[in-house]
Design a binder for this molecule. Structure first.
Ligand SMILES: NC(=O)c1ccc[n+]([C@@H]2O[C@H](COP(=O)([O-])OP(=O)(O)OC[C@H]3O[C@@H](n4cnc5c(N)ncnc54)[C@H](OP(=O)(O)O)[C@@H]3O)[C@@H](O)[C@H]2O)c1
Length: 345
């Protein structure tokens, strides 16, 4: 290296780490006991809500869970209730929340693709009832299958409208509440599918990769406000996700693509009901991880909470393979700076 070269220290990218200890809502900042301002630029009114309500006094966390009518969302709601917290379970059709209501949850109608105005009004209604929201689990989602070229524009947009923009819509509606109290957790539901693009599930995998990266950015943006953000990345769990009633298959079939896509269609159909992951166990872990309780006392909530032995294995394989490819290409791909730029190892 010549001395006159511009020194650039190339550091591996580090995820922003939490500066605070795991979320303990009994340790609210003093001013959160005053008034909670529920106001978004989309809401037609501003609501001032006393934060010294029963929920806060009792130290219960308030959970808002989307897509709680079944599967992981329903089990997370159950685990949070068992944890002694207050749960607002939401679904497109509240009839599907009857069993959770009988177990103590509050039901609210919420479609994550609704307009900002509707979602802001829903959140204001929830806060009026519960006093606040502490834990947002952005869980709603579905699986669209089909080759990348087979998926129509409408099908692709619908997949992203729920899995990506749906999460963003809910985040925009709920974050003002978390920011006003300088405390809270946002957990977006990603997938191990966000680590590797599976044939015939490209749009789903891409939507989950989006969810993970948006979570990374949001995490860094709100850490100083006492808000923790993570993305949950499960492997295969035995829910209705792969069932023929839920899984949406692209309408168009391109025969040319069959050798690349048929295997996934057949495997997903055969796997339904045989997935290794137990949603109840995942939910218990998720609640402990997000609240820093039970087995997770003293652990820092990771940027990505990979769940399931299959997911752990896949992520490890992806990392190892990526590392090997990077090492093989290192000499060439790192030789593209201007000649006057020096790189310190
Ligand atoms: N199970 C797995 O193996 C697995 C693996 C990785 C990631 N995930 C993710 O985990 C999340 C939950 O899936 P699951 O496995 O529990 O499947 P699930 O039983 O099919 O649950 C999906 C939930 O999402 C809801 N939903 C779909 N579109 C919605 C919308 N527009 N607005 C509100 N809710 C909507 C559904 O509600 P409705 O009753 O209204 O349809 C349902 O409650 C999804 O994001 C999924 O991608 C699951």
């Amino acid at each position: 290296m010549q001395d006159d070269k511009i020194p650039i220290k190339e550091k591996p990218y580090n995820y922003p780490q939490d500066l605070s200890s795991p979320c303990t809502l009994r340790e609210r900042p003093p001013n959160s006991e005053k008034l909670l301002l529920v106001k978004t630029s989309f809401a037609t009114h501003t609501t001032l809500i006393p934060a010294t309500n029963e929920t806060m006094a009792s130290g219960k966390r308030v959970w808002l869970i989307t897509g709680a009518s079944s599967g992981l969302g329903q089990e997370i709601a159950r685990a949070a209730l068992a944890h002694g917290d207050m749960v607002v379970a939401t679904a497109r059709d509240t009839k599907n929340l009857a069993s959770l209501v009988s177990e103590g949850a509050i039901a609210e109608q919420l479609d994550v693709t609704s307009s900002d105005t509707i979602l802001a009004a829903t959140v204001a209604r929830i806060v009026e009832r519960t006093g606040t929201i502490d834990m947002l689990v952005n869980n709603a989602g579905y699986l669209l299958t089909g080759g990348v070229e087979e998926v129509s524009r409408d099908e692709a947009e619908a997949q992203f409208a729920t899995n990506v923009f749906g999460q963003l819509n809910v985040i925009r509606a709920v974050l003002p509440v978390l920011r006003s109290q300088r405390l809270g957790v946002v957990a977006n539901m990603g997938s191990i599918g966000g680590w590797v693009g599976m044939p015939a599930a490209g749009l789903y995998c891409a939507s989950k990769a989006c969810s993970s990266l948006l979570s990374d950015s949001l995490r860094a943006e709100v850490a100083h406000l006492g808000i923790k953000v993570t993305v949950i990345e499960p492997g295969y769990f035995r829910t209705d996700l792969l069932g023929s009633g839920r899984r949406v298959r692209a309408g168009r079939r391109i025969e040319d693509l069959n050798p690349g896509t048929t295997g996934t269609h057949d495997a997903l159909a055969a796997y339904h009901g045989h997935q290794p992951g137990d949603p109840r166990k995942a939910a218990e872990l998720i609640v402990e991880a997000l609240t820093g309780t039970g087995r997770c006392v003293g652990r820092v909530l990771p940027p990505r909470l990979i769940i399931g032995s299959d997911a752990y294995r896949t992520a490890t394989e992806v990392l190892d393979a990526q590392r090997q490819i990077m090492d093989e290409w290192r000499d060439l791909v790192t030789a593209t700076n201007y000649d006057d730029v020096a790189i310190k190892a």
